[in-house]
Write a protein that binds this ligand. Structure first.
Ligand code: ZN
Length: 57
């Protein structure tokens, strides 16, 4: 039985839910998402999220 694995493009977390349970970002299938390496705001956002996650742990 195969599960539909989704991945949060913001924090990289894998989940079965359509939204990341941690940061609330809409998840996508685990293949490379439409992600721009020039998205510096996305990069900044991920840095903040990563810090937020480590604080939650
Ligand atoms: Zn996330």
């Amino acid at each position: 039985m195969r599960s539909k694995i989704l991945r949060c493009p913001a924090c990289g977390r894998y989940t079965l839910k359509e939204m990341c349970p941690v940061c609330g970002t809409a998840t996508a299938s685990s293949r490379p998402a439409r992600f721009s390496p020039q998205d510096r705001y996305g990069r900044y956002r991920r840095m903040l999220l990563k810090e937020a996650h480590s604080r939650e742990l």
